[in-house]
Write a protein that binds this ligand. Structure first.
Ligand SMILES: O=C(O)CCC(=O)C(=O)O
Length: 295
């Protein structure tokens, strides 16, 4: 029996590779998240360059602070860490990919009003191929996400298709152009919903989001996770500091040293560009972009 999702929601996820669960977080949780984000916004004011905690927009200055991403928020905030282990997050994931879950990464993409950066079309699995694809990203919508403020967009069903070439001139560039592969962006769906909703997308689902030129912020906190028996393929961008460290990423259930293999397409995201490890920096290797950049 599923813990929290209906069979219809599970079927929808399996069919399309994405789903929105409306208004899952109680208002108290949202208030805690808002307060915590303010703390990091204050920290960004003192910075002139990105560091290992905060990723700044290219147009950031200390006078006009522009925070693009809080990196690995669960490692630098008790609030983001507590939510990561809460059943609000883990129960839907267990319903979709089983009881034993390992964290891949976390991040909070700010996409501020007026200039919040686009994320070019990509598959997470192109960054971190694993032995099986029971891999998903849970997004916590911190703000109302509508068509106007740069919502996450997903090609439904793309999680069952190819892993696209994300390279430019033989170097990993972390994105692809849908039109180069016969895809029409009109077929992508927008994962919209009120603040406190959860979005879930499959690791192989092709997704992206445009610049936020609206007057409202669009912040999403992502927890990306996989079945404990999905092991990174050599060359994957997964951090791997040995099995002891890897097991500290268990979110629930039991770890294993027996990977489960699935016959799925795989590309290795190598060689890597000589830039900081950030999707925004890696995607600067593109020669052509699908979305506008901030002027
Ligand atoms: O924030 C977004 O809209 C997209 C995020 C994403 O796909 C990523 O950071 O990998």
């Amino acid at each position: 029996m599923p813990e929290t999702l209906t069979q219809a929601q599970i079927d929808q996820y399996n069919e399309t590779g994405c789903i929105v669960l409306p208004e899952r977080l109680p208002p108290e949780w949202l208030t805690r998240l808002h307060n915590e984000i303010s703390r990091f916004e204050d920290e960004a004011r003192a910075l002139t360059a990105s560091n290992d905690r905060l990723d700044l927009e290219d147009s950031h200055t200390p006078e006009d602070p522009r925070l693009r991403r809080i990196k690995l928020p669960h490692t630098i905030s008790d609030v983001f860490r507590e939510l990561m282990y809460d059943d609000l997050i883990l129960a839907p994931a267990r319903d979709l990919i089983g009881p034993d879950l390992r964290l891949h990464t976390s991040k909070l993409n700010m996409k501020s009003a007026g200039y919040g950066a686009a994320v070019e079309w990509h598959q997470d699995y192109a960054f971190y191929p694993h032995t099986n694809d029971d891999i998903l990203a849970i997004g916590v919508l911190i703000d109302d996400m509508g068509p106007e403020n740069g919502p996450l967009q997903v090609f439904p069903g793309s999680h069952k298709g190819p892993v696209y070439d994300h390279h430019v001139d033989g170097v990993f560039a972390g994105a692809m152009l849908p039109e180069d592969h016969g895809l029409d962006v009109k077929d992508a769906v927008q994962l919209v919903g009120p603040a406190g909703s959860l979005s879930i997308h499959h690791g192989r689902a092709l997704h992206g989001s445009s610049l936020n030129t609206s007057t409202r912020a669009r912040r999403i906190l992502f927890y990306e996770m996989m079945a404990a028996d999905a092991f990174p393929i050599m060359g994957s961008m997964t951090r791997w500091d040995g099995i002891e460290d890897y097991n500290t990423r268990m979110l629930c259930g039991e770890p294993t040293i027996t990977p489960r293999l699935k016959d799925i397409p795989i590309r290795i995201p190598q060689p890597q560009p000589d830039v900081p490890i950030s999707i925004y920096e890696i995607q600067k290797g593109l020669k052509k972009r699908a979305f506008d950049v901030v002027k």
